[in-house]
Design a protein. Structure first.
Length: 362
């Protein structure tokens, strides 16, 4: 049984016949393990771990807890590279040499992360959307990817939640999270093109609102808002990717109608609020039952006039200005009739304002 000692000594045997020549015996210092890198890896093992310390020459074993490393290489007296075996929880890594076994350094087995949902699942191709990622095993995340592109930035809120800023991209991609445990499953995220608004119909309506307006464009699917100026539409329906029907809210003047989707907000198309028209006393105020009389009708807000009737019968007309139009009377029965003027701003009636006069008889 070897006594304590240091260095290399000669072992000899003495009998009554004398003492043998010596054979070398070397005292080896107990190895010391000071650090490992990385300090965590997946439960499936396979991580290459660098062990740093002293006295590693001649190492006979590297253990992760009670389990031997899958393999190891002694690089020098101060470094070993070992492949972690499969395992769970936190274990102590040790090195054994002829000098003994080191103290342990903690190594943690991390489960593979798992993703269950994203919110929102859509965003503009320019990126910049803040996406909440929900799952398990997210602590210590080292990467969040949207397809092959890293998130612009991300914050690990807890073991079950990460907030990430989507990078620019196109189409549908899988969002994944990488931790020491590996790469998670993917959750689908779709990049949506910026919507484009091409036209409105009609392009004007009353200040009181209530006009049903058809908006035509592209990329309108998933619209979250339709606004007239700064005011949301009273209601809207997405008919297709190229058409939305919206009810104009109350408003005044000329505003821009826009559509907002997860892809962003479209450019605006002009919509004009038209005041309710008024009409005054026509000149002349009477004419023959045969029709054909040119009647000057004064008023206000007449620019968008779309019909003029005398006694319910359509008349031809010309709008001279916002305050005057000229209508040609259609044939009518003798007597007073209403003049009705309709515009984008609404309809106004002048009751009994024009009188049809029968011609003389013989």
């Amino acid at each position: 049984v070897a006594p304590a000692g240091t260095g290399t000594v000669l072992v000899t045997v003495t009998t009554p016949g004398g003492t043998t020549g010596g054979v070398a015996y070397t005292y080896v210092a107990v190895p010391s393990l000071t650090s490992i890198s990385p300090i965590a890896g997946p439960v499936t093992g396979g991580t290459t771990v660098t062990l740093t310390g002293t006295g590693f020459t001649g190492a006979t074993a590297v253990n992760f807890g009670a389990t031997p490393a899958t393999s190891f290489t002694v690089n020098s007296n101060t470094q070993i590279t070992a492949v972690a075996p499969a395992g769970t929880g936190t274990v102590l890594v040790t090195v054994t040499t002829p000098g003994g076994t080191t103290g342990g350094v903690a190594y943690t087995y991390v489960p593979v992360p798992s993703l269950s949902s994203l919110s929102p699942t859509l965003g503009p191709i320019a990126g910049g959307t803040s996406v909440t990622i929900t799952g398990t095993g997210l602590t210590g995340a080292t990467a969040v990817n949207f397809g092959a592109t890293p998130a612009t930035s991300f914050t690990v809120n807890s073991a079950t939640q990460i907030t990430a800023v989507a990078p620019a991209g196109t189409g549908a991609v899988l969002v994944t999270v990488t931790t020491a445990g590996g790469v998670s499953n993917g959750q689908l995220y779709t990049y949506v093109a910026l919507p484009a608004l091409i036209s409105l119909s009609p392009v004007a309506g009353p200040v009181a609102g209530g006009t049903t307006v058809t908006l035509t464009g592209t990329g309108l699917t998933g619209a979250t808002a339709v606004t007239f100026g700064a005011t949301p539409a009273t209601s809207f329906t997405v008919n297709s990717d190229t058409q939305i029907t919206a009810v104009a809210p109350a408003g005044t003047g000329v505003v821009q109608a826009t559509v907002t989707t997860p892809g962003g907000t479209s450019s605006g198309v002009f919509y004009t609020y038209v005041a309710l028209p008024t009409i005054g006393i026509p000149v002349p105020a009477s004419g023959p039952t045969a029709g054909g009389t040119s009647v000057i009708i004064p008023g206000t807000a007449l620019t968008t006039t779309d019909s003029v009737t005398f006694g319910g019968v359509l008349a031809s007309f010309t709008v001279n200005s916002d305050t005057q139009l000229v209508a040609v009377t259609p044939p009518g029965a003798a007597g007073a009739v209403d003049i009705v003027v309709s515009t984008a701003g609404g309809t106004v009636t002048a009751t009994g304002a024009f009188t049809y006069v029968a011609g003389p008889g013989i």
